[in-house]
Structures are given as structure tokens and as C-alpha cells.
Design a protein around this ligand. Structure first.
Ligand code: SAH
Length: 282
């Protein structure tokens, strides 16, 4: 599953390719001490009306780990404004949402919808996540990082690669795992044009994590299991945050902080809807 040829950044082109909390607030982990599989539930997110945003003119040439300022993407700017209206407050998260051209991650026929706040099909019965939920998850794991970039992040479920590209704007190193070979390849090809030097894609079963690269300061799951795999709790750094959709038909975002060598604390944020987390590779 793991590409051992490439342990270092920058990467070669061939390989790349709560109740609601506000910025500066820490999630209230005093609510409950839990073991990794325990969950408590808080509240529902109101549904959001979709609105058509015209496709952007002009594509950014590169996204270089957010050091250079990328070209403005009108659709993404409008989308980030929508995220603000929905309650996203973290400045780094919003800047990352503005910086990534989401239209590059969907099929040509869906590009006119690329900046709507909606999930879209990417083939193989999978979807690109709804922008609000991408922003919400990233904001949640950034809380507690003191406004700084996260050193090392793991994403489970690369899909088309969009969220991985957003994560690469808020982290020094991002590793993303996909279990469907065709999607892993699709993500590589989507991301190649953006030249993101701090992003590494892996083909494999994300339920196992990436033990040889762990620990991670944040882990973001883009697929829902009935519980979060034990290996991922173990691969979270002490002080790090993991966000995961949990459940089957009814799913909730679970935010977990590792507070000690054998201690994790979780809070449930809001309802969500993700594709299922599955074992093994195809
Ligand atoms: N991150 C994507 C969302 C993709 S949908 C985005 O940017 O929008 C979730 C993805 O998780 C699917 O591609 C699915 O194949 C993948 N997935 C499900 N179970 C997995 C597992 N055990 N390991 C790795 N990927 C998994």
C-alpha cells in the first residue's frame, strides 16, 4: 500500500500529484472522557440551499503549498463567502477554500456546478464532498493548532483529490490514501497540474493508516464507518485532532483529541452524509 520510494518532500511530479465552535475556541472536551469508540451527539446542521455559481475564467498555474499567492478563482471566492455565511470562521480554512480550483476535480459536464455547495459524483459510486463539510472538518482539526499550519496530516479517502489539495494549504505535509485504484490514478492526474509539493498520495486501505509515517497532527476521514478504526487512534499524535463521520444511514461528525499516551476525548459535532468506509482495496 505504501510508496516507499518517496519519503521526502518536495515530491516528484510523477508521484503527486461543533455545538459550533468559532476560530480561537477549543472544542469542549470536558464534556466526556471516552474510549476511542465512544460517541456522544450534539446537533444537526440545517440544510443549505444550492445556488449556481458561474464557472471560473482562468485557471491557476500552481498551488505551491500556499507560499505563493495563487491566482484568484472567482467561483472559489464566492464559495468561501458562502462558507462564511454558513458559520466557518477560521481564516486559514477560508483562504484554503479560496485557493483550490474545485472545477478541476469534477467531470467537464459538472463544471458549471463545481462551486455550488453540494457533493457531486466522481465515478465508481463515490462523490467529491460538499464544500461546507470539507471546510468544517478542516476548521475543526485546525482548532487547537494555535492559528499555525498543521505539521503532518493524514486523509483517508482521496477520491478525486480535492480535499487533499485544500489540506495541503493548511499543513506542511499531507498524506492521502485511496482504496480504489482508478480514483487514486484520477486524483494523481487531477493534482498534477496544480504542482502541490507537500502532498503525497497512497493507494491502499486507509483503515490501516500509514504507520511508517505516523504520528499525524491531524487525521481527516472522508468516508463513514460504524466506528473509527483503532489503527487511526494509535497514529494520532498526542495533542492531535481526528475528525471522522461515524454511522451508517444516520451519520455524525466525531472530533477526537488525543490527550495522552492512552487517552482520547471525543465530541460529536453535527450530522453529515458520507460514502461508506470500506475495507481492502479494489
Ligand atoms: N476526499 C474526497 C472525498 C472522496 S469520497 C474529496 O475531496 O471530496 C470518499 C472516498 O473514500 C472514496 O473515494 C472511497 O473510495 C474512499 N474510501 C472508502 N474507504 C476507504 C478506505 N478504507 N481507505 C481509503 N479510501 C477509502
Amino acid at each position: 500500500m505504501n510508496d516507499r520510494k518517496s519519503g521526502k518532500f518536495p515530491l516528484p511530479l510523477s508521484s503527486v500529484i461543533g455545538p459550533r465552535k468559532r476560530q480561537g475556541q477549543d472544542a469542549d472536551y470536558r464534556l466526556k472522557e471516552v474510549t476511542p469508540q465512544t460517541a456522544i451527539r450534539n446537533r444537526m446542521q440545517p440544510p443549505v440551499a444550492a445556488k449556481t455559481v458561474p464557472p471560473p475564467s482562468g485557471l491557476p498555474l500552481s498551488l505551491s503549498g500556499s507560499r505563493k499567492s495563487p491566482e484568484t478563482i472567482p467561483g472559489a471566492v464566492a464559495m468561501a463567502e458562502k462558507m462564511t455565511a454558513l458559520g466557518i470562521r477560521n481564516a486559514m480554512t477560508l483562504a484554503a477554500m479560496r485557493a483550490v480550483p474545485r472545477h478541476l476535480f469534477v467531470a467537464d459536464g459538472l463544471r458549471y456546478q463545481a462551486y455550488e455547495d453540494t457533493a457531486l459524483p466522481i465515478g465508481h459510486h463515490q462523490t467529491i464532498s460538499r464544500p461546507y463539510i470539507v471546510a468544517r472538518m478542516i476548521e475543526a482539526v485546525l482548532e487547537g493548532a494555535g492559528g499555525r499550519k498543521l505539521p503532518r496530516v493524514l486523509e483517508i479517502g482521496t477520491g478525486c483529490g480535492y480535499q487533499a489539495a485544500v489540506l495541503a494549504q493548511v499543513a506542511d505535509e499531507v498524506y492521502s490514501i485511496e482504496r480504489i485504484k482508478a480514483l487514486h490514478e484520477q486524483a494523481k492526474s487531477n493534482l498534477r497540474v496544480l504542482r502541490i509539493p507537500n502532498l503525497r498520495l497512497h493507494y491502499g486501505d486507509g483503515m490501516l493508516g500509514l504507520p511508517q509515517v505516523a504520528p499525524f497532527d491531524a487525521i481527516v476521514l472522508a468516508a463513514a464507518g460504524l466506528e473509527v478504526p483503532q489503527a487511526l487512534f494509535e497514529q494520532l499524535a498526542v495533542g492531535g485532532h481526528m475528525i471522522a463521520p461515524v454511522g451508517r444511514e444516520k451519520q455524525t461528525l466525531q472530533l477526537t483529541k488525543r490527550t495522552g499516551a492512552r487517552q482520547w476525548q471525543s465530541v460529536m459535532l453535527e450530522d453529515c452524509h458520507f460514502v461508506p468506509l470500506r475495507q481492502g482495496v479494489v
